[in-house]
Structures are given as C-alpha cells and as structure tokens.
Design a binder for this molecule. Sequence first.
Ligand SMILES: Cc1cc2nc3c(=O)[nH]c(=O)nc-3n(C[C@H](O)[C@H](O)[C@H](O)COP(=O)(O)O)c2cc1C
Ligand code: FES
Length: 589
Amino acid sequence: MPLNIPKLHRLEELRTETEEVLTFKFQSPEIAKESEPGQFVMVWNPRVDELPISIAAATPTGELEIAIADVGDCSHSLHQKHVGDLIGLRGPYGNGFRITGERICMVAGGYGAAPLRYAAKQAQESGIDVVVLTGAKSSAELLYIQEFERIGCDVRIATEDGSEGHKGLVTALLDEILAAGERFEQVLTCGPELMLARVCVITNQANIPTQVSVERIVKCGCGACGSCDIGGYQVCKDGPVFDAEILKHTEFGIWKREKSGKRSPITLDAKELISRPSSLFTPEYEPLLATKFCGIDFSNPIANAAGFGVSGKLLYRYAVAGAGAVVTKSVGLYERDGYPNPTFLEVSPHSYANAMGLPNPGIENYGREIEDTKRADVPLILSIFGKDVAECREVAKRAIRYPVDMLEFNASCPHSDFVAVENNPKLLRSIIKEIRAIVHPIPLAVKISPNVGDPAGFAMTLEKAGADAITAINTVMTRPVDSTLDVPILGNPTGYGGKSGTALTVGGKEVIFALYKELKIPLIAVGGIFTAKDVIEYAKNGASLFQVGSALVSEGPAIFSKLKEELNVFLVANGYKDIAELVGGAHRR
Ligand SMILES: Cc1cc2nc3c(=O)[nH]c(=O)nc-3n(C[C@H](O)[C@H](O)[C@H](O)COP(=O)(O)O)c2cc1C
Ligand code: FES
C-alpha cells in the first residue's frame, strides 16, 4: 500500500545535473522498497504545493532519488532547498514499466530520462540489453548520460542544435536505427507528449510493443479526484505507464486537461477537443436491485459520489463497471482550478481528508463530458453549485440544456473559498426555490452535511422550499496538521478540508435515520460506503439510492459489481422481494 500522507524526509544530497534539473536524494526505505521503475512520488513543499515526480532511482537499502526540473513556482522553490531541509514525500504511486525481452530500446526526451534511468538499471540487472536514445535541445540539457553508461546501456544521443550526437530530434534517430535494421522486443518512452506520440507512430509501423509514461495534472495521486484523466483512465493509478495500444483510444497527443478539468489542445489542429467515442452501453435489468427514484428508473441504486471524476469517459467507465447511475463533479458558473496540493490525504486507513476547492471547467464547458457520459444509458445526475441566487439561477438554466436526468445541488462543500451556502439557511432556501422553478420537472436533490447542527430540521426547510430529494452526507470539517512543522498539510489557504471514507460510515447512517423520520421526500445516502452491509444499513435507516466515493480509492470501479453481487446474495438469502423492501426497515419496530 502506498503512503498516502506526506511524511517529512531530510534531504540527504542535492546534485546539479543540468542548468534546469537537480537530483534530490533521500533515505526512504518505506517508499524505496515498494517502488518500481515508472512509478512516481508526490513531493510536498510545505505551504507551497505538492508535485508528482518520477522516481529516478531506488535501492533495496532505502535510497531514493528524484530529478526535479525548475519549471514552475513549486519546483523553483524546491530548487532553493539545502541538504538537511525537510521535504514531504508520499507514494509510490501508479503502475510502472513491465520490462521483458532480451534487447529493448528506451527513448527519452529531456527530463523524461529520469524514470528511464531507473528502468534501464533494472533491465540491465536482469540481463536485458538496453539501447538508450536520449534527446534534448542541446548537449547542456542532456540528463543522466553518465548514469546510463555506467549501468552498461548503449547510449545514442540526439540534440536539436547538433551540439552532441545526431543533429535533430530523438524520434528521427529512432526512425533511422529501425530503418537500418536494428530490432527490439520493446520500446519504453518518456518525454514531451508530442515526442511520445511520434514514437508511438514509429513503433506502431515497426510493430514493436511500446510503453509510454504519460504526464497529466495530478492532484490526489491515488485515483480519487479524476484530475489526471486520459480517456477515462487515471494517469496516477492506471498509469503513468500505459501500453501504446490503450492510448490509441484516448485523446493522447491531441488534447489534455487543465487544472479545472477543461480540455486544452496539445496540437494546433486539435480544434474540436472531442473524445474517441465509446461504444454504446445499456445496463441489464436487475430484478432485485431495480429502483424507481423521483420517477426515474435505475437498473440498480448504486452510483458514484460527486467529485470522483470530472471526465465523462470516467463516468461512462463507472456505468460499464456496474454503477446504476453516475454523478458528475460539482460544476459551477465559472471555471475553477481548485486549491494547490496537497488536496487529498489518507489520515487513517480508508479515512481521507480533502480540500480540492471545487475544480471544474464551468457549466458552459461541460457539454463534451455529458456527451461522453451519455454513451452509457444510465441516469445522469449533474451536480451543481453556486454562491448566491443569481449565480445558481444561471447554472441551473445552463444545466438543463444538457440531457440530464436529475440535478444535485451541492450546498455543503466545507472548504470552498466562499462560505458553504448551507451555513446561510435563508439564502439556501431562496436558491432552492429559484432553481426548483427553473429545472422542474427534472428532479432536484440537495446535498447537505452534518456541519449544520441539526441536519433533519434543516432538511425539512429544504423540503418545504421544493427539494425533491436530499443527499446526505457531504464531507465533515477537518484540519490535518503536520506535527513536526506545525503547519496544515492541505494546501488551501485555511488548511481546512473535509473528511470522507470510514470516518463517515457511522455518522452518515445516523443522519439518514434522522432525516427519514422527519421527511416525506426520498433520500440518497453517501458517506463511508465500502460494503454491502453499509448499503443495507443505510437502506434500513431510510435511503433509497446510494453513492460510493472514497471506496473507489482502494477498490476502483470494481466496487460497483462487488456491492451488487453481495446485495443480491443478501436479498435472496433473507427472502426480500427487492431492495426497496429494505428501505426504512429500522423505523418499523
Ligand atoms: C476528492 C473528493 C472530491 C469531492 N468533490 C465533491 C464535489 O465536487 N461535490 C460534492 O457534492 N461532493 C464532493 N465530495 C464529497 C463526496 O461526494 C462524498 O459526499 C463524501 O466523500 C463522502 O462519501 P465517501 O465517504 O464515500 O467518500 C468530494 C469528496 C472527495 C473525497
Ligand atoms: S490525480 Fe489521479 S485521480 Fe486524482
């Protein structure tokens, strides 16, 4: 299991490699022993930010090296550190290279040489011959040449200005050696995306299996937030190393996502920023689990929770994996980047704290995600938010232009830079009245948290204001602090975030019990659902639909079919006609 909370490490050694790149060396047996070439760590620069950085070397005795290029505020600030300074590390994350064969080729561009150095060492130690093609603009920017040579690799160099080796791009060098008849069983590559895309074209023509290390915006690092999405895959968890065959079905080499999740072009001809369409998917009817909620038919009552994915492709993937409905990231009127990292931590096993800061592309930019989601014929719940009546009105008007089945108003993000509207009941009631009138007959659920003192009393006023359903619970306020430095770990300005996962399992069920007693409208349960037992208890306390969030971190999308299987077994074994029979059971005696 990776370390999911930054642990402070003393910087043991700092080496200048090029004008732009420094190697940072730490002693970290915990991370080094778990590491594989191609994986990355999250590097926390307290009070600044946290960055994903590939592992450049890891030894059985616990030495860990990473190469950091001075390319932004956080990396620049890391470059000012000295030996002895404390830096936070967590990980290792992701899937590494799978190295096989007798003779393989590694193609590196710029500081893409770092993970390949680690891969080359492992390959050579297993008796595999490695040819390294490494390219840079000029000889001064070439990275780890001596290390590759010391390991015993056959190193060939390309520089764009011709200051060393082949003059031109490293991809031209690859073309050249393949044309000259050199043969490899695998190509592994890391570097700028356009270079990687070109490598894939060349190796595809030459029929050489290729693995590519892909870079995207990484926030949580462990598969929770979906910021690093590429075609519905999470770079931090499913990658960063992907088979080129998989990338063919994604936007790789064409467009990527910004911090907000908005699509932005990589190539100039990527005008449309569309996804490669997924095949159409219709879920099977599930007799014991089929549920009617607010007049909508669900093949089963389990959805993902809001915030576990911005991309339509990932929501589609949840549907194919068995979710009976999907819920979008909360989308507002304006594009938002969210907070600096760290944005997501594991504070105790399966209990998390996050302060994402509602990153989202803005409602106008969300249409492409809806299109991608709608390739799966499951109900789509669009989560929306806004800070006042005027903003919420505009979001609601735009939201219903999309083919959505239900809206969920997020009234309860506990750490956004504006006060959660649930803290202002009068304002919230006005918002609900206003947007209910706009969106009707599309049902409107309102999502609340226990951060308001009396959730049941509060929800009653929302019911009166027109809410068609209540979703409970959102995350609960927390403020994890590093006890060595006495600073908050989460990167938002206040250090406050929201707890999720097992920390909510008990409290969430109590809130649903209290709501069911007082309300006539139906309930959606969310908070610490990991097992079918949790679903059953939430149902007996009064919920009819269920959302799964944090469990996706440890279980991935397979959680949906796992929960359904266990529920079916329970319903049959206990003689229930269907899952609806469970709802409110705990109130009947
Ligand atoms: C990384 C992350 C992002 C979240 N983003 C949102 C969001 O955009 N909108 C929202 O209503 N809730 C959001 N939440 C709260 C979840 O939807 C859910 O209410 C909470 O995590 C409790 O469920 P869980 O214990 O299954 O994770 C987020 C939670 C996490 C951990
Ligand atoms: S950064 Fe990959 S899912 Fe959050």
